[in-house]
Write a protein that binds this ligand. Structure first.
Ligand code: NAD
Length: 374
């Protein structure tokens, strides 16, 4: 397989990130087919043309169905708002394309299950944009846990916070509606934390939760007296029981002043602890109850070539990867899986569990009952 054609729908925050990732994946790793940037779609059409030129795509369109039908497109990247993920992903799968879908997969679990069933039927490869999983620091945390560096895992604590909805006077947008956005902070942020918790501890079995909408209405534009309700949650907190019996506590807020990309966790073991914070994404902190008590303490592990695939980017430790590099690793993961004829991780199958957990948290928050995942 010499090359794979990319079709990208959406050119916002994630669209640019995907474009950069597919441009760079072969240059960084060298062991995957070249990604040909074939078609870019956005609305209106002049926006699509301008970004196709900037990102280096051969053609532009304002009709995503044309992109999906294009015979030169092998992989469809969907980086549009959550509401349209389902119809775009279904059409791409039906056209026999591999699908790189941004998270969350869909607005509801029912729709996410429909997407998984469609992918299973076509045999196309899928990957969902849980980019934080690809951080070399997270890979190393996983290795430390598997190697028994902190003993038996007993507890997981995690937080994921940003402040993009902290200002009470911020204008109302589609993000505040269940019909257009689905869940609130759980769908935007909480699902990322669940992807990490699952990778490090395992699948979640059951949970209890509380959710809150902090700013119950928002003005229709700056300074407007007209206000509309916010239908989804700004904050969610949950007590988790993992399938292996480990206990967990997590919380997420999109109204936490000062937090920019705070995805932080602690994994507590019987012989030590690992901590991480995405705002310092090149560091892992490790405590081990070994050696003289007088010298025990947390140490900071700075990522470097000893933490693959960091060395593909820079040959020297401590020189720092960034957020966009995680998407390059994700694109590489997908290209390699397609070239080798196997599933990528996380495919729709793994992502379905992450999303089942956030929907279960929302349900537990609404009903006040413990929810067991099926
Ligand atoms: P955005 O608003 O910045 O960009 C969305 C783009 O889609 C815009 O360019 C818009 O014009 C385009 N678009 C909308 N409808 C379209 C249509 N019918 N046809 C063609 N183009 C259309 O949004 P974003 O922040 O990039 O979010 C997009 C997705 O990425 C969301 O699902 C979001 O949850 C996800 N996301 C993931 C991460 C991550 O870390 N993985 C971070 C941010 C957003």
């Amino acid at each position: 397989m010499k090359s794979l054609g990319i079709g990208l729908i959406g050119t916002g925050f994630m669209g640019k990130c995907h474009a950069l990732a597919y441009r760079s994946a072969r240059a960084v790793f060298g062991d995957v087919p070249e990604a040909r940037l074939e078609v870019l779609c956005d609305v209106p059409g002049d926006k699509a043309s301008a970004f196709a030129d900037q990102f280096g795509f051969a053609r532009a369109t304002d009709d995503w169905m044309d992109l999906v039908a294009d015979p030169k497109v092998d992989i469809v990247c969907i980086t549009t708002p959550n509401k349209v993920h389902k119809e775009m992903a279904l059409a791409a799968l039906e056209a026999g394309k591999h699908v790189h879908l941004e998270k969350p997969m869909a607005l509801t679990m029912e729709d996410a299950r429909i997407l998984l069933a469609a992918a299973d039927k076509t045999g196309a490869r899928t990957i969902v944009g849980y980019n934080y999983l690809h951080n070399p620091a997270i890979g190393h945390a996983r290795k430390l846990i598997e190697d028994g560096a902190i003993g038996r895992i007993v507890h997981f604590r995690g937080m994921v916070d940003e402040d993009y909805q902290a200002d009470p006077e911020l204008a109302w947008t589609w993000r505040a509606t269940k019909a257009d956005a689905g869940l609130g902070t759980l769908g935007d942020l909480g699902c990322h934390l669940i992807s990490l918790a699952t990778a490090l501890v395992g699948p979640v079995e059951s949970l209890m939760a509380e959710t809150r909408t902090v700013h119950e209405t928002r003005p229709m534009g700056e300074g407007s007296d007209e206000r509309r309700p916010v239908e989804n949650e700004d904050i969610a907190s949950a007590l988790l029981t993992f399938e292996n019996g480990v206990h967990g506590v997590i919380s997420t807020s999109r109204s936490a002043w000062g937090r920019k990309s705070y995805i932080a966790f602690e994994v507590h073991g019987t012989e030590g602890m690992i901590t991480f914070d995405q705002e310092r994404m090149n560091e892992l902190r490790l405590y081990q109850n070994r050696g003289p008590v007088s010298e025990q303490g947390f140490k900071t592990l700075l990522t470097g070539p000893a933490h693959p695939p960091y060395g593909q980017f820079v040959p020297a430790a401590g020189h720092q990867l960034g957020f966009n590099d995680l998407k390059i690793i994700e694109a590489h993961t997908f290209l390699k899986a397609i070239a080798e004829g196997r599933e990528a991780v996380p495919s729709f199958k793994e992502a379905l569990h992450f999303e089942a957990v956030i929907h279960a948290i929302a349900e537990a928050g609404e009903t006040g009952r413990r929810v067991t995942l099926k």
